[in-house]
Design a protein. Structure first.
Length: 90
């Protein structure tokens, strides 16, 4: 997974303070000024979300304006998981 995070320029993981992710660790990458892809880390599994915030500074600090689960238990070896992520990242 580290290669996925680096390749798509995800932030370092940090603890969610917004309670949107139950205090789990998250990392994110920017789609545009208000939309972000977020990985939530739960033990050794990852959930992938698309989200909307007013700005980058709010990610993990304030609740998302829109938060949609794209993939539960993301597995980089599954083509459908990679394709779903690439739909957003190109």
């Amino acid at each position: 997974m580290e290669n996925v995070f680096k390749y798509f320029e995800f932030s370092n993981f940090f603890k969610d303070a917004s309670n949107s992710f139950s205090g789990n660790e998250i990392c994110f990458t920017v789609l545009n000024e208000t939309h972000f892809l977020i990985f939530e880390k739960i033990n050794e599994t990852y959930n992938l979300y698309v989200s909307k915030y007013n700005n980058k500074a709010e990610v993990g600090v304030k609740p998302a304006l829109i938060l949609e689960l794209l993939i539960a238990n993301y597995d980089k070896s599954l083509p459908e998981h990679r394709i779903a992520m690439r739909q957003y990242l190109g």
